[in-house]
Write a protein that binds this ligand. Structure first.
Ligand code: PGA
Length: 248
């Protein structure tokens, strides 16, 4: 795993944008796996800026989002579909028929998981997967569990995740209790993975993911086994990695 230490959220976002832009320049028809949440917002602003100023080209790119809430329509203000359009897709030249999400309104989550996996495979697999990390080290909505999930599937969100995501909703009661998420296996099959972490509340999750045991109770720990992971941390999220580094 390559770790890039940065001082600030701004710098973390700039470094991440360089890597994603580099991927698109090297391979314009890249298949990207993209993430929602607070962490990638400024990264997406940087990508929009690169599109507008130096012509970063998304016209041949394809995107698969990590997850979507169950029960929210595409145009719901809190849907991840809407988030991605507002933060990135509406501002760059990606084709709207090249962006994919798990369908959170499906009546058959197993069939929907299979459909999503098949769509990813048909697109050639994910070249570069962007990830945030939860305070409990979840990736996508793969919460701490007894086993690593393999495929896109329906998940019940942990109370801690519901509480963390309540800031985007009018009240905690409004946060959906379930989501459709890529599995750990789906994420792991990406050729390159870029993991972002910002803020002190992520420091323990980052330390456990990078230096702890590889266990499904720390879902991000599986990334220790992946051949091409770049972790970008800001100062606060990287604090415990640095403490371990200087102690050793
Ligand atoms: P955040 O979420 O970027 O909003 O902190 C990350 C995650 O839960 O994966």
């Amino acid at each position: 795993m390559r770790i890039i230490f940065t001082d600030t959220y701004k710098k973390m976002s700039e470094e991440a944008a360089k890597i994603i832009a580099g991927q698109l320049w090297i391979k314009p028809n890249s298949v990207l796996g993209l993430a929602t949440g607070s962490t990638p917002v400024e990264l997406y602003q940087n990508l929009v800026w690169l599109y507008k100023t130096v012509g970063l080209d998304f016209s041949q790119a394809t995107s698969f989002n990590l997850d979507e809430y169950v029960g929210l329509a595409e145009d719901d203000p809190q849907s991840y579909h809407r988030f991605m359009h507002e933060n990135l897709f509406d501002h760059v030249n990606i084709r709207k028929d090249h962006v994919f999400f798990p369908n959170g309104l499906t009546a058959d989550s197993v069939a929907e998981g299979e459909r999503y996996e098949a769509t990813i495979t048909a697109a050639g697999g994910i070249d570069m997967q962007l990830l945030g990390i939860g305070r409990n080290a979840h990736i996508g909505f793969n919460e701490p569990a007894n086993a690593f999930t393999r495929m896109t599937h329906k998940v019940a969100l942990k109370e801690s995740t519901i509480a963390a995501n309540a800031r985007f909703f009018a009240s905690q009661d409004d946060v959906p209790r379930e989501a459709m998420s890529m599995g750990i296996g789906t994420i792991f099959r990406a050729r390159h993975i870029v993991l972002l972490a910002s803020g002190a509340e992520k420091a323990e999750a980052v330390r456990d993911a990078v230096m702890g045991a590889i266990t499904p109770t720390v879902p991000a720990s599986i990334l220790q086994l992946h051949p091409s992971v770049t972790l970008i941390v800001d100062q606060e999220a990287g604090t415990l990695l640095k403490a371990e580094k200087s102690d050793s």
